[in-house]
Design a protein around this ligand. Structure first.
Ligand code: NAD
Length: 284
């Protein structure tokens, strides 16, 4: 029997991609769900799918970058179920891919507010409930960009390296205090989801040239780099969680990059720079 049976599991960003697949996987393994997303329509679809899989589901719109909303949400989930065992801080955005010198501070603020502050708020607000459950598990979704710096992705990499550092610090803290909470960081490689297309759709005013570059980049991601399906990714994560794994790599690309970065921790950027030009062409 699954160790997830009857556990109360919270998933943010559940309306699409990995969050939806995690929600469905948790439902099929018998967990009780609290799912949220900033997009109410896609969230409602995931709600129907998970209920169809037999799960009890608490549904709420939530912007993870809004601290007060996350605090209120944590209270409402704890009141609803009386206990919270698992939190999957999954909601995230890609932001615009640009060289730093062309990047407005607003892009950094937006990416960090969702990808990093969202994880910090969620962890901080749910942690007392995870501890009180006596069998808590916090799962934060980073990326292979949480251990590999990539050209033209400085905001995203900053957020995902941050998620990794935050999560590993918290893991040590839980151990030092002997709190009954496992802490897992997940590093997916390319997963077939809407993340790159959503970033393109959310990009503000672009010149014709910038739009062409952004569209080419999204096309390369969608057609070449996103290999693992969201369902496969969710299975790897949930199998890892059930085995008590604290660091989960998703996909052969994440595993290869992890090895490369360990072997040549400074010089790997030469390869990344070469790869960037090969995949996306010269910057200008
Ligand atoms: N797809 C990949 O290749 C990949 C690789 C590594 C890491 N990740 C990470 O996986 C996580 C899930 O991404 P995905 O690929 O499934 O993308 P996705 O775009 O398919 O899904 C992300 C979901 O998060 C929601 N969301 C966005 N901003 C939000 C906010 N402020 N508050 C609440 N919800 C919000 C979106 O509405 C969407 O439903 C992200 O943290 C992402 O960075 C994805």
């Amino acid at each position: 029997m699954s160790t997830l049976r009857d556990k109360v599991a919270v998933v943010t960003g559940a309306g699409s991609g990995i969050g939806r697949a995690l929600s469905l996987g948790l439902a099929r393994r018998g967990a009780r769900l609290a799912i949220s997303d900033v997009d109410e329509d896609t969230l409602a679809e995931t709600g129907e799918m998970t209920r169809g899989a037999g799960a009890t589901v608490h549904l709420a719109p939530l912007d993870v970058s809004d601290r007060a909303s996350v605090a209120g949400y944590a209270r409402s989930v704890a009141d609803h179920y009386g206990v919270v065992h698992h939190l999957y801080n999954n909601a995230g955005i890609a932001g615009d891919a640009r060289p730093l010198i062309e990047t407005d501070y607003e892009i950094f603020e937006r990416v960090l507010s969702v990808n990093l502050w969202g994880v910090i708020y969620g962890s901080r607000e749910f942690l007392p409930h995870l501890i009180a459950s006596g069998d808590g598990h916090l799962v934060n979704i980073s990326s292979l960009n949480g251990f590999m710096g990539q050209a033209n992705m400085s905001a995203y990499c900053t957020s995902k390296f941050g998620v990794r550092g935050f999560t590993e610090a918290l893991r040590a803290e839980m151990r030092a205090a002997r709190h009954p909470v496992r802490v897992t960081v997940v590093h997916p490689g390319g997963v077939k989801t809407n993340i790159s297309s959503a970033a393109l759709a959310a990009a503000g005013d672009l010149t014709l040239d910038e739009r062409a570059r952004a569209e080419r980049r999204t096309q390369v991601y969608n057609e070449k780099l996103f290999r693992t399906t969201a369902e496969q990714a969710a299975k790897v994560v949930l199998d890892g969680v059930e085995k008590g794994r604290e660091r989960i790599l998703v996909g052969p690309d994440a595993k290869a990059v992890d090895l490369g970065v360990r072997l040549v921790p400074a010089a790997y950027s030469r390869f990344v720079a070469w790869w960037e030009r090969r995949m996306f062409g010269d910057p200008q």
